[in-house]
Design a protein around this ligand. Sequence first.
Ligand code: NDP
Ligand code: 2IT
Length: 448
Amino acid sequence: MSNVEQRLEKILDHVKRHNQGEHEFHQAVKEVIETLGPVLRKHPEYAEQKIIERICEPERQIIFRVPWMDDNGEVQINRGFRVGFNSALGPYKGGLRFHPSVYLGIIKFLGFEQTFKNALSGMPIGGAKGGADFDPKGKSDSEVMRFCQSYMTELYRHIGEMTDVPAGDIGVGAREIGYLFGQYKRITNRYESGVLTGKSPQWGGALVRREATGYGAIFFAQEMLRVRGESLEGKTCIVSGSGNVAIYAIEKLQQLGARVVACSDSGGVIYDKRGLDLDSIKRIKEVERKRISEYHQIHPEAEYYAEGVIWNIPCDFAFPCATQNEISEASARKLLENGCIGVSEGANMPVTPKGVKLFLDAGIAYGPGKAANAGGVATSALEMQQNASRDTWSFEYTEDRLQKIMANIHANCFETAAEYDSPGNYVVGANIVGFKRVAEAMLAFGLI
Ligand code: NDP
Ligand code: 2IT
């Protein structure tokens, strides 16, 4: 092992020992560190100044009690988080996740990924993540409101348009952002639009933000196929999840002439060989907030597999848009056996390390989340621009900006992968572009 490799190994050991039990965080750090050897060899100053060691330690971590009262008058207590990972390139920026599986290790993996993703997006934003172990499933609207108000009653003192700008993630959409913003406005006595993104376009939100992550993952897939002389038209696709990212990934795929045959939620998988009826999915998920199994009631000819694995369904292109580690090694192998030629990640870290290795070894078009799902946060940065200038842009103009941003991210990853002797490897490309941007800013600022 060379000196550089030994050094990287030591850093990873340190991260594991000092963040015990945080498996998802270890996984995210390992995946980045493994690609940085060639960068350290070209830039010894990064090693001298311990840039990687510093980047792996969040700048600040806030953990707080969130007490709220349910509809039966019973007191409930959840744990809230906000981790400001890195602010070298701009105010902390990243979503909030409300899901019962949330603990510090999940928030830190997401904040770590966000730092590189945001740098890669080319926008002036640092990296952060937050959330709570609150389960929105089965909660009434007023319970969600009371939870959001209590959560913001602590969070407000840590955020601000120049400090930290949260947005949505799993379990946090326009409804939750509305309740959070309302409470922030009351407590601070300021109409500070730029403190949160993903707002409704009726009161300060950007058009296209709702669609941006899903659309962006498709634009990224389009670029990966374009350099291979292919397109999405006529391709059979599957999209996991049926939340915000999945729905708009499906919408853009259908607009581009692909046939999307399957989607899912944590209860099961819908397989509709004729192509999914997206209007029904939007009604079930966005309006009625019900389970995807309802689709089967409307379309009995479609198949529903309770607790099924979506990755067993044959496809040309797969879009994981639900959650971390949803594609196991076995699922990755199944996708390849079925002839899948590409994977573009709408979700964060949806493929296990062994699955990623199979995709890279097979040489398929594999777009890691840091690159492929950066359209969401990039459009959040466009929302911040509109809020700062008290302006609103049209849907067409904003979508065009998003498409150019995704093409630019793709080009940067593609060229950097080639420069570092890994042609076509977007994992290497994305990690190195993102890391170098953060590293250069940190060097410029002195010891921070
Ligand atoms: P939503 O809450 O809108 O939807 C999440 C979807 O994934 C639901 O269908 C949900 O099913 C399913 N899901 C969530 N957790 C699990 C789980 N543990 N097991 C099985 N299924 C699960 O979230 P988003 O669409 O916003 O987020 C999806 C992914 O995209 C996440 O990885 C997120 O980090 C990532 N992302 C989101 C961005 C955004 O702008 N929103 C930006 C970039 C990335 P069920 O309802 O049954 O739980
Ligand atoms: O993972 C992500 O990039 C997000 N959840 C979006 C973050 C944001 O600030 O828009």
